[in-house]
Design a binder for this molecule. Structure first.
Ligand SMILES: [Zn+2]
Length: 267
């Protein structure tokens, strides 16, 4: 999808305190499946889990084998990340699940030998967060679906918002050289580089949608017909979600520039 992608990181090069368990739910929206991340510093009594994934008993039991776990963290409320949370919490003895408003961007979670900072990164969904985790010299960014390891992500109305999303990508450009561990697809060695790649992709797409609007496309379906003529029917609905978000964004920008002050940021 537009532009060369940087090399992925071999999973063998993950920090020793990070384990990946991939859920058995591959598909067009989930790539190889949801990535469940287990964070355990050697010698510490409890681990943390990021995104339990779907309600799949086998997957959840594999995660629970890595217990004891202190808490379960959620990057956002999509079912392929959170559906198994209640069952996993039960398997682990009734531990807390922290998501959405329960996560405070101003107050890092400490313990387990880790410092976990919450970055509010709305856009893919309104409740999306990233977790910046530090241990000794390691800094790792868990990005959920805000940035994937491969391909691009969806900004779906009404919950997702393209203006918020572009702001979140800008925020993530402040983390050069920080290992990126996404909700789907492979690890990437540079969060900022990947955020810049996504921003470039979004600007390219917005320019294409602007051209389609100028050519008379005024619905998401009409935009998709012009911009993605060869689209796989299995992911057409996702392209229409994205096109709807792009139309909203461009129309809001045009309205604001027509009415004077309070101009929107450049895409
Ligand atoms: Zn998602």
């Amino acid at each position: 999808m537009g532009g060369a992608e940087p090399e992925s990181v071999d999973v063998d090069r993950l920090p020793g305190w990070v384990t990946l368990l991939r859920a058995p739910n591959p598909g067009p929206m989930t790539l190889d499946g949801t990535n469940t991340w287990i964070l355990r510093v050697p010698g510490e009594p409890v681990a943390a889990v990021i995104d339990p994934g779907p309600l799949d008993e086998g997957h959840l039991r594999r995660i629970a084998e890595h217990g004891p776990v202190g808490h379960i963290l959620i990057t956002h409320g999509h079912h392929d990340h959170v559906e198994g949370a209640a069952r996993l919490a039960e398997l682990l003895g009734g531990i807390p699940v922290l998501a959405g408003d329960a996560l405070d961007a101003g107050r890092p979670l400490t313990g387990n030998g880790l410092e976990i900072q919450v970055l509010k990164t709305p856009g893919h969904t309104s409740d999306s967060v990233c977790f910046l985790v530090e241990h000794e010299d390691d800094r790792v960014m868990f990005t959920g679906d805000t940035i994937l390891g491969r391909g691009t992500t969806v900004v779906a109305r009404p919950d997702g918002d393209l203006r918020d999303y572009l702001g979140s990508l800008e925020l993530l450009t402040a983390y050069p050289g920080v290992l990126m561990l996404p909700g789907h697809g492979p690890a990437r060695d540079d969060t900022a580089e990947r955020a810049h790649f996504y921003l470039g992709h979004r600007r390219e797409r917005l320019a294409q949608v602007e051209a389609a609007m100028a050519a008379g496309a005024d619905t998401p379906a009409a935009v998709v017909d012009l911009v993605y003529p060869d689209i796989d029917p299995g992911v057409r609905f996702a392209a229409e979600w994205s096109a709807a978000a792009q139309l909203d964004y461009l129309r809001a920008r045009d309205r604001e520039s027509a009415t004077g002050p309070g101009r929107l940021d450049r895409p």
